[in-house]
Design a protein around this ligand. Structure first.
Ligand SMILES: *Cc1c(COP(=O)(O)O)cnc(C)c1O
Length: 220
């Protein structure tokens, strides 16, 4: 049985979108999965994302899932489908600026810091509130931004209870935003779960999983 088809079937039953994480993998591997019907692919580095965008079919929806530096937003702004990794107000302002320049609505998720490791990027609750309040201001300074929800990465550990607790935290932050602000129906995504923990993430309310090594094989 084909791993891609099996996973896609499992996710469809749970109404969860698959982002196929193709970082470090060659274009031929991406095309293989594209030909099975996959359109949403995720990359974590700007340079690699731009090169793949240029070489591959134009109906691919590219998701940037890794840390984004403000000075690199301009390279992906013309084509990126969604940026999962907004981790500062400064970065969101730059995405707004580039979106306005192109008159293109930029779809984003706010990346929350839910792991115990301090190496992982992401916002804390206070920073989340600050950004959402800017976004909700009338008139909003973010004319070319659509915030679709939150993203988070759990701690890299075998401790399932810990990972589960971190996913719960992300879901609670999502519910907090929904109940505290009059957000539109666009605010509906929770991007959490990778190869090792996607089933746990779905149990805890994920709407988008970012799966790489399970589909493409392990990375060096
Ligand atoms: C690499 C990566 C993934 C995919 O990880 P796998 O364990 O290979 O499924 C998901 N999300 C982010 C942010 C990543 O950098």
């Amino acid at each position: 049985m084909d791993i891609y088809k099996e996973l896609q079937q499992e996710l469809q039953e749970k109404n969860t979108q698959l982002i196929a994480v193709s970082k470090t993998k060659p274009n031929e591997k991406i095309v293989e999965i594209y030909e099975k019907g996959q359109r949403a692919f995720g990359e974590n580095r700007v340079q690699e994302l731009v090169a793949k965008y240029e070489a591959l079919p134009k109906d691919i929806e590219w998701h940037l899932i890794g840390h984004l530096q403000t000075n690199k937003v301009k390279y992906i702004a013309p084509f990126v489908h969604m940026i999962h990794s907004i981790d500062s107000l400064k970065l969101l302002k730059e995405v707004q600026k580039q979106g306005a320049k192109l008159d293109r609505t930029m779809n984003v998720l706010l990346q929350m810091h839910i792991a115990t490791e301090d190496t992982k990027f992401g916002l804390d609750k206070r920073e989340l509130i600050e950004i959402v309040e800017f976004y909700m201001a009338d008139p909003s300074p973010f004319t070319h931004i659509k915030i679709h929800g939150l993203m988070g990465m759990a701690t890299f550990t075998d401790d399932k209870e810990q990972v589960k607790g971190e996913f719960k935290k992300l879901k609670e932050l999502f519910d907090f935003c929904k109940s505290s602000y009059v957000l539109t129906d666009d605010f509906k995504e929770i991007s959490m779960g990778m190869s090792g923990d996607y089933q746990l993430a779905i149990q805890e309310g994920s709407t988008m999983v970012r799966v790489g090594s399970m589909l493409f094989g392990s990375r060096n």
